[in-house]
Write a protein that binds this ligand. Structure first.
Ligand code: ZN
Length: 185
């Protein structure tokens, strides 16, 4: 999953994830409120393959999102609605009434509480750390859930992953399968 970093003319930086089907633009409008300067693609940060997490995401999008949603230019920097992980899928399934279990069961109520908590946490992380922080948080949730890594294992893995990324960007190792574009301004 390639993650690209964008910088706008006011110095705002953010990352965006592109699914295999997405065109990868050279510039996007800055997502920072009140800014809207074009932000230019600077570099690819890393390719994240986290097992089953993103598998079939295209298929889920095709099945659960209407063509209108998928081309809604208010969503996702004009690229339309996208699923970023399995939780987006289950949330949409629930919105569409596709839940295959009793919605009043204890486990479903528990799941709804968890989802509410998650939405609140995401909003708080976003306020405290911005979009980068929120993306890191989502990544951590997805990876620990998919892999069963403990927090400690995740921290160690993330450290190694970040070190490998830095080495790749510094040109000391090859970023396998990826390209480094632009410079780290
Ligand atoms: Zn900006």
């Amino acid at each position: 999953m390639p993650i690209f970093e964008f910088h706008c003319g006011s110095g705002h930086r953010y990352e965006d994830i592109f699914f295999p089907r997405d065109p990868i633009p050279d510039a996007l409008p800055c997502p920072r409120k009140g800014c809207e300067l074009p932000s230019m693609r600077q570099r690819v940060n890393k390719f994240r393959h986290v097992g089953p997490v993103f598998e079939d995401m295209d298929r889920y999008e095709g099945a659960l999102l209407s063509p209108k949603q998928r081309t809604d230019t208010d969503k996702n920097n004009g690229r339309g609605a996208r699923f970023r992980g399995p939780k987006d899928v289950s949330r949409m399934e629930q919105d569409l009434g596709l839940s295959r279990v009793d919605p009043n069961s204890a486990s479903e109520r528990h799941k709804r509480d968890e989802q509410r908590d998650e939405i609140a946490t995401r909003a708080r992380v976003n306020q405290e750390s911005g979009l980068d922080g929120e993306l890191d948080w989502i990544e951590r949730q997805n990876i620990t859930e998919a892999s069963g890594m403990t927090d400690m294992e995740y921290v160690r893995w993330k450290g190694m992953s970040d070190a490998a990324e830095s080495a790749a960007i510094a040109g000391t190792v090859d970023l396998s399968g990826g390209t480094v574009t632009g410079s780290d301004a």
